[in-house]
Design a protein around this ligand. Structure first.
Ligand code: BGC
Length: 726
């Protein structure tokens, strides 16, 4: 269908008809309850103080947050079109992070699939469900690099690697936005967040200070946001934290100089929730007026959920402290996005009550959620206990044995009641009689009866499957923990069952890498299921019974103990590395009481089959700028069932201009092999992939020696050397 598009000139003349007050109100974003036609209260986060909002402001507001559901969207948008003098439609935005109604595994889990196409597919389905329910923009993807599992929001990221995060950032954007937002009302605009470096909050405590060198920022933290923008992501959200002493939302160097001028981003920049006003407690603005001035000067177009702009910008313009041109710039960007989404042609866009009924949570989408969950789980340990045999009598114990809280944080539209619980998944495969289910304990406490029932069930079983984890409020926003072990009662449950000497399997439902002390060494097998989403129970049961073969690999290291945190694979060697041939016993960089290495490294994950790696070979010992290197390795499925392996290639610059990580992921391949089948993988590596930010921030490579590593994870690798000639 032909969509009526306004030209830029027409948008400018529309803007010229707006009064200053109307223009400023375009920059305001409010939650649903403020609006005429709204019937429900969206689930919203953050403080909602009295904001001095007038009815006139609401009539002219540019965008709304957390409004979903075709019927309500239609009613609010229609009321708005009646109330708005110039007929400018509302932009409708919501957090659709890992699914709308059909919930996919949390992003950290999706990352562990190392399958960007899968992520794209999940995002496209989420977009389709959101769009038919009236949403125009999703506040996703979140692509913050994360190294500290105490931070609750690691569940929203794809992990600790800049390259992999970039690949997923692109995939999510492609999935949400498709190719043509105005022609394809099945898609929604994406908003990459949280710009910048929110994942580096000190001590893993949410909203906390971030302070790092510009080189570190550019080298590790910025690439994933940039990747999203290269893919055409329409919006950017500021982060809550400081960047070099200035809160991101008022940080002119970050937003205006880097994002806008250097990277050329001309889309809409939105503050995070309340972040404009938070410049006051941060201590860089004396009052709301100063906060508004800082944010608009930094280039923030939309103020989310505080009213510094609407209450102060007019006065600031009139007194000459803010140039009206800054406001015009912001308004025009917002109007352009509305026009790109086709809202001037059809303010209701994809919202459709009938189609919504057919599309949401349909069989096809649930099937995709199941596939995604299968590929996202990571087998962390298996001493021959898995897969389970259908004849075995199972005791299914633990707080997640029959628990719908497997959707994870940021799944506010998903239904825990409709999620497939683990027990249900079991009974789809084996007779209910084969599985005795008894929780034993809740997430953090137990009753005597519960405890006794679990012990009894376990006594009569051949295998004990423990479904353990954190409830979903223990991660996500403001879900930080200093002790990242499983709650004590669950560890006690394992200890109580251990003397039965039965094979034990732990299945973990959680949103962060855990400190697995008292679990990993106590059980025969561990399957990390994360929060697997709406079809979690089906997927996990299929994996446990070997109807599907685990293939996920960790994208964030699992610490040996929380005291190591942050622990990540791409660290620097230091001048006194542990284990060097001439290393001293004491005066090396190490802990006296625990190893330096994490319990489970980045890239790690097991399968029910086994893969052997032949010797790696290089096409040459020298690389030049024109002549890439080819690295070959033959991988064979040496087990007796089909399986998928993720083959990883890392590089180290042996003598850089500045210190380089001991390993950096450069490329990877997910391959499927039948039993006995073998495949020769050929990776190519170019000089471009060896570039990094030098001391003067130039992005170039160093001539000299490099190590190249290939293997099934970041630890167990083969190494060869080559020289880059320049
Ligand atoms: C979160 C954002 C989210 C926003 C809107 C904030 O508290 O940090 O990630 O998009 O709320 O719900």
């Amino acid at each position: 269908m032909e969509v009526i598009q306004l030209t830029e000139q027409q948008l400018i003349s529309l803007m010229k008809q707006m009064s200053l007050e109307e223009k400023i109100a375009q920059l305001l974003q409010l939650a649903t309850p403020f609006f005429e036609g709204a019937k429900s209260e969206g689930r919203i986060t953050g403080p909602m103080a009295s904001m001095g909002i007038t009815e006139n402001m609401v009539r002219n507001t540019g965008s709304i947050l957390g409004l979903t559901g075709a019927e309500e969207v239609i009613s609010v948008q229609q009321a708005h079109m009646r109330n708005n003098r110039l007929g400018i439609p509302l932009l409708i935005m919501a957090d659709i992070i890992h699914g709308y109604k059909t919930i996919f595994p949390i992003p950290l889990a999706l990352g562990c699939s190392w399958d960007a196409e899968l992520a794209e597919k999940c995002a496209a389905i989420a977009a389709k469900e959101a769009a038919v329910s009236g949403v125009h923009v999703t506040f996703a993807p979140m692509v913050d690099l994360v190294r500290d599992p105490r931070w609750g929001r690691v569940m929203e990221s794809t992990g600790e690697d800049p390259y992999l995060n970039g690949e997923f950032a692109r995939a999510f954007v492609r999935g949400f936005q498709g190719r043509d937002l105005s022609g394809d009302s099945d898609r929604v605009a994406a908003c990459v967040k949280h710009f910048a470096a929110y994942g580096a909050a000190e001590g893993g405590r949410d909203y906390n200070t971030v302070d790092m060198s510009e080189r570190q920022l550019r080298e590790y933290y910025l690439p994933a946001y940039k990747a999203a923008l290269e893919e055409g992501c329409e919006m950017v959200m500021t982060s809550f934290n400081t960047v070099d002493g200035v809160p991101a939302t008022g940080n002119k160097r970050l937003m205006r100089d880097l994002l806008r001028n250097e990277w050329g981003f001309d889309g809409v920049l939105i503050s995070d929730w309340g972040a404009v006003k938070e410049m006051i407690p941060h201590g860089v603005a004396a009052d709301e007026a100063e906060a508004a001035s800082k944010a608009i000067h930094a280039g923030v177009d939309i103020e989310m959920m505080t009213s510094c702009y609407v209450n102060h910008l007019q006065q600031l313009v009139e007194s000459g402290l803010v140039d009206e041109a800054l406001i015009d710039e912001a308004v025009l960007r917002i109007l352009k996005l509305k026009q790109k989404l086709g809202l001037f042609d059809n303010p209701l866009r994809g919202a459709n009550v009938e189609s919504e009924r057919e599309i949401l949570f349909c069989g096809e989408h649930r099937q995709a959620a199941r596939e995604a969950a299968v590929k996202s789980c990571v087998l962390l340990k298996n001493e021959g206990v898995l897969p389970l045999a259908k004849e075995q009598k199972i005791a299914l114990v633990g707080p997640f044995a029959q628990n719908g809280d497997i959707l994870g944080p940021w799944s506010w539209l998903g239904s825990q009641e409709e999620a497939v619980q683990l027990y249900e998944g079991f009974t789809r495969i084996v007779e209910p009689l084969q599985v005795a289910v008894a929780e034993g304990c809740g997430i953090e406490s137990a009753s005597e009866e519960q405890w006794k029932a679990a012990l009894e069930a376990a006594q009569n079983a051949d295998v004990i499957v423990l479904a353990l984890g954190e409830h979903s409020d223990m991660s996500g926003e403001a879900g930080c923990r200093a002790d990242i072990r499983l709650p004590e009662i669950q560890r006690q449950l394992i200890a109580a069952l251990k003397p039965l000497n039965k094979p034990m399997v732990a299945v973990l439902f959680n949103g962060r890498p855990l400190d697995l002390h008292g679990i990993h060494d106590q059980v025969g097998a561990v399957l990390e299921a994360w929060y697997p989403g709406s079809e979690g129970g089906t997927a996990v049961a299929e994996l446990l019974y070997g109807l599907a073969n685990p293939s996920g690999k960790l994208t964030m290291s699992f610490p040996y103990a929380v005291g190591q945190v942050p622990v990540y694979y791409n660290y620097f060697n230091t001048g006194r590395p542990q284990g060097a041939p001439d290393a001293q016993v004491r005066y090396v960089s190490q802990y006296l009481d625990i190893p330096n290495e994490p319990l489970l490294p980045f890239g790690f994950g097991l399968s029910y089959t086994s893969f052997s790696y032949g010797e790696i070979s290089l096409s040459s010992e020298q690389m030049t700028v024109e002549q890439p290197l080819h690295i070959k390795v033959r991988v064979t499925n040496t087990g007796n069932q089909p399986g998928e392996e993720i083959v990883q290639l890392y590089v180290r610059d042996m003598a850089g201009e500045v210190v380089r990580p001991v390993k950096e992921l450069k490329t990877y391949r997910r391959i499927k092999l039948m039993p006995g089948e073998s495949h020769e993988i050929s990776f190519s590596l170019t000089e471009r992939q060896l570039r990094y930010h030098h001391a003067d921030l130039q992005y170039i490579s160093d001539a000299g020696e490099f190590a190249v590593y290939v293997g099934p994870n970041s630890r167990d690798v083969q190494e060869l050397r080559f020289t880059l000639m320049k």
